[in-house]
Design a protein around this ligand. Structure first.
Ligand SMILES: NC(=O)C1=CN([C@@H]2O[C@H](COP(=O)(O)OP(=O)(O)OC[C@H]3O[C@@H](n4cnc5c(N)ncnc54)[C@H](O)[C@@H]3O)[C@@H](O)[C@H]2O)[C@@H](O)CC1
Ligand SMILES: [K+]
Length: 504
């Protein structure tokens, strides 16, 4: 699903109004009615105090429509108008008149910090102050209002955007932004919903299709995409009946050191669970019995060193190679990676210490085969690309890095970003239970497996990230966040694949 900018969405609004022969007020009615329906569906006429904060632009107009609809259904509604200027939008004004005609009391006018209304824990707040029209940070008494709402303990539903959040640009660290429990956003996701510094303002996210013109949206260019299950399903390749293990790749996973053999075991387990035909590990000698006992499906080649990797089996003909988990950064292991890169033309997967070695020995970057996949977590990423001042600069630096070295970066996080050149694919599956040891080793195994099964490198990365998250979601249902283990993710990859086709 395309992630759109505020500018593109405003344009899509205009074009849709024209093409559909409707007024902007009718579009507002349509969009806000969808929000009303979501609220009504969940509250089922419970007498909860609903307090609606409306700005005076079109986001505020949405709030007025929601208020009217809720009143028509006998909800207990109080409306506050946040008068941040005297330029009220046309659609705000016409909906203001409609609301006044319906309600007995006038909406409460807020004009300064002495007007902050009483809010209680059990209240249901609708935040309709600013949407995508925000063009500067919220300041002064309105910042106080935002903090007042945030600290109230009320349930907060934001309409289109948490007020104060810029959809697609960086903002100050301590900006006044509504911290929503739930955001109902119109038509398309906005990038700020998924970036580490701003995702917490959004709460649970739901995108409402307000029926903007599909054809026009199809023509809009965006470098940012949200990975959906439909997209993952479209990438996935089904198996033929007439087939054998040789059709599903022969992968080689090189890693591990004394005390860290578990990492490669997890990677190999994940590769096998993702359908790899043949899986071999290249590990220090100390891991031989551990793997042969713990993972009989895998084959093992050992280094001459008992505790770390010091060389690479360059004659091994692998369909995909993964290097790095548990390797350490000893000079001897660095030469093992150099040896591998000097003898490999196909894209490889580099993770963990493999990435740390690349940051230490920049010259090795030049040896990376085109379209290799690097899977840094934020710490490893910092070592690769240096510090960044905000998420947007981070994305710019990652894009530049991808272009410079012709590689794919999988930037791991709550919403893992897979970056190739200027395009960023954002993942939305997964849960906090996956913040656990070995989770990244499993992801590398899934990517390597798909690469070995002849998926295009970018497809392997994107599908792997999606399946890894979805498998984690299935595992979390069984174990809860706290007791989820990395191996549970690997063991649920098959269920995640079946779920793509709605098989339980
Ligand atoms: N255009 C349309 O047809 C539709 C618009 N919709 C709603 O309209 C919203 C966008 O409406 P608007 O463009 O009126 O913008 P907003 O309602 O988000 O903001 C209103 C105005 O406030 C001013 N402003 C921005 N930042 C400020 C700040 N920090 N302090 C004080 N004033 C500030 C700006 O002049 C801005 O235009 C969307 O987010 C959505 O909720 C929906 O009703 C769907 C249809
Ligand atoms: K809002």
């Amino acid at each position: 699903m395309k992630i759109l900018s505020a500018k593109q969405l405003a344009e899509a609004d205009k074009i849709s109004i024209k093409k559909q022969g409707i007024t902007s007020e009718e579009l507002m009615e349509r969009a806000a009615s969808l929000v009303f329906e979501e609220i009504h569906h969940r509250l089922e006429n419970r007498p909860i105090p609903i307090k609606i904060f409306c700005g005076i632009g079109n986001n505020g107009g949405d709030g007025l429509v929601i208020a009217r609809k809720l009143m028509e259904h006998d909800y207990k509604v109080k409306v506050y108008i946040v008068n941040y200027s005297n330029k009220r939008s046309e659609d705000f004004l016409s909906n203001y008149d409609k609301l006044k005609a319906l309600s007995k009391g006038w909406p409460v006018q807020l004009k300064g910090e002495n007007d902050l209304p009483e809010l209680n824990k059990g209240d249901f707040v609708v935040d309709s102050i600013f949407g995508i029209g925000l063009n500067r940070p919220i300041e002064g008494w309105m910042a106080k209002l935002v903090n007042h709402i945030n600290q109230s303990g009320a349930f907060i539903l934001s309409v289109d955007m948490p007020s104060g959040l810029f959809p697609d640009q960086a903002q100050e660290k301590n900006a006044a932004i509504v911290k929503a429990d739930y955001t109902l956003s119109f038509q398309a996701p906005k990038i700020a919903f998924f970036l580490p510094e701003t995702m917490d303002y959004v709460g649970n996210l739901q995108i409402l299709d307000i029926g903007l013109d599909r054809e026009f949206i199809g023509t809009l260019e965006s470098n940012h995409f949200l990975i959906t299950s439909e997209y993952a399903r479209a990438i996935y390749k089904t198996r033929n009946k007439n087939t054998h293990k040789g059709d599903y790749g022969n992968v080689l996973i090189a890693g591990g050191s004394y005390g860290k053999i578990g990492s490669v075991m997890l990677t190999a387990t994940a590769a096998l669970r993702t359908g790899t035909g043949l899986c071999s590990l290249f590990i220090p000698e100390c891991g031989y019995e551990i793997i042969q006992t713990g993972l009989p499906e895998a084959m093992v080649l050992t280094d001459s060193d008992s505790k770390m990797i010091t060389e690479f089996p360059v004659e091994f003909e692998a369909d995909a190679i993964c290097f790095g988990m548990g390797v350490g950064t000893d000079e001897k292991s660095i030469s093992a990676l150099r040896n591998m890169l000097e003898h490999t033309r196909n894209p490889v997967v580099i993770d963990a210490d493999g990435l740390n070695i690349l940051s230490m020995k920049n010259e090795l970057m030049e040896l990376l085969p085109e379209n290799s996949i690097l899977t840094p977590h934020p710490g490893e990423l910092k070592r690769l690309i240096g510090e960044w001042k905000d998420d947007f600069e981070m994305l710019d630096k990652v894009k530049a890095f991808s272009k410079k070295y012709k590689v794919i970066l999988v930037v791991k996080g709550a919403h893992t970003c897979t970056v190739q050149n200027d395009s960023v694919m954002i993942n939305n599956s997964g849960n906090p239970g996956m913040a656990t040891a070995g989770s990244g080793d499993v992801l590398s195994g899934v990517i390597t497996s798909l690469l070995g099964q002849s998926y295009e490198p970018i497809s392997a990365a994107v599908l792997a990230v999606y399946l890894h998250g979805a498998a984690g979601d299935i595992a979390a249902k069984e174990f809860g966040f706290e007791s989820l283990l990395a191996r549970d993710i690997a063991n649920n990859i098959g269920r995640a694949i079946r779920q793509l086709f709605n098989e339980p």
